[in-house]
Write a protein that binds this ligand. Structure first.
Ligand code: XIL
Length: 348
């Protein structure tokens, strides 16, 4: 009898305090969904438990990118994407599709013919259309939105707001219009996003909004803005984040934070040339890190009428594309929740 009480009492206390079995997705159910980017490495029983407890949206970190899915014409590599999609199907988790067009990890063969000579726009679009149709149709039961175009806008000054990529060289900005049209044809029900980093920077935000307005005028079915959210312990300022959300809300109906992480150094953004050496995690850095996550979630919650999902870019520091020393996520390299996790979970 006594033993029963000894077990039941702490359990009851935990349940009353809200800490029992309550993950991020439950704590935030009145605000927005909580998402995570995954790779095949995360598909182990221990990690799957964390995923299903904490998250209700999943993105493939790399597996659905064009270069992963179709590394050569007609050579399809579905394994990792299928594995993650099947896990999501099994657990009733909806997926964000990432991504259909990007200057990195792209199916570069689309730019060349069998002799290695550059193709013309017509053939490029034919190949792109086929790729988009095949991928979007395969996952349309589980993927409810797609990052159709990723990172097409340039950061710095320049004569054009567009990134000077191979895509831009061949098609100018028309590839954006085409990609959105192809995606809509492939699945009229999917929500179609433009996704980018440095999205809070007022200059880049302005460029992105202008591009979206112009594309829509030209007939591109753009439903949403994906704010990547690669931040750090000093950046961004919360008023800038709020202003950016408000600006995007004027040009699209859907906004999601698609790749959230917070580096413990001065770097931020989506450049793949990452400095993997973070700052030493002193008590001061740790408390700045916690405060930044608290500030971010407070601000995002204030905009929960506009923000639909907040996705973390990776599950734990061990998996992070930034390296564990950058200390970017809510779970540490031993997959344990950090103090910042508890602060975000129990945010008042
Ligand atoms: C990153 C992945 O996390 C890495 O594993 C890969 O080597 C490079 O790409 N912006 C994006 C993501 O839109 O697709 C990138 O993901 C990170 C920056």
């Amino acid at each position: 009898m006594m033993r029963k009480y000894l077990v039941a009492l702490p359990m009851a206390l935990l349940m009353v305090s809200g800490a029992w079995a309550q993950g991020l997705k439950d704590a935030y159910k009145d605000y927005f969904r909580m998402g995570v980017a995954l790779s095949g490495r995360n598909m182990t029983p221990e990690q799957e438990d964390i995923i299903t407890r904490e998250f209700n949206s999943v993105t493939c970190e790399n597996a659905m990118k064009p270069g992963s899915l179709q590394p050569a014409e007609g050579r399809w590599n579905w394994r990792e994407a299928d594995r993650i999609a099947n896990f999501c199907r099994e657990h009733g988790i909806k997926m964000r599709g990432h991504c259909l067009v990007w200057h990195n990890q792209f199916a570069d063969w689309m730019f060349y013919d069998a002799q290695g000579k550059p193709v013309d726009k017509k053939l490029f679009y034919k190949r792109l259309k086929k790729h988009i149709r095949t991928v979007v149709k395969r996952y349309k039961d589980v993927v409810y939105c797609w990052d159709v175009v990723n990172e097409a806008i340039a950061d710095g000054p320049g004569d054009t707001p567009f990134r000077k990529s191979k895509l831009y060289e061949l098609c100018a900005d028309e590839f954006i219009l085409k990609a959105f049209k192809f995606a809509r044809q492939a699945d009229p029900k999917a929500l179609l996003f433009y996704n980018d980093y440095n999205e809070v920077n007022p200059h880049k935000c302005e460029r992105i909004c202008q591009m979206i307005l112009d594309m829509k005028k030209r007939g591109a079915p753009i439903d949403g803005m994906g704010m990547q959210g690669h931040y750090n312990i000093h950046y961004p300022a919360m008023n800038e984040l709020s202003e950016a959300i408000e600006k995007y809300a004027r040009v699209v109906d859907h906004i999601q934070i698609t790749e959230l992480d917070v580096r413990a150094n001065m770097q931020h953004g989506g450049d793949l040339n990452v400095d993997k050496k973070g700052e030493a995690i002193t008590p001061e850095v740790k408390s700045k890190f916690e405060q930044q996550y608290v500030n971010l979630f407070r601000t995002l919650r204030q905009h929960s009428d506009k923000i639909e999902v907040v996705t973390f870019w990776n599950l734990t520091d061990r998996d992070s594309w930034l390296g564990a020393d950058n200390y970017p996520l809510l779970f540490d390299k031993n997959r344990q929740p950090k103090e910042a996790y508890h602060k975000v979970l129990n945010l008042e």
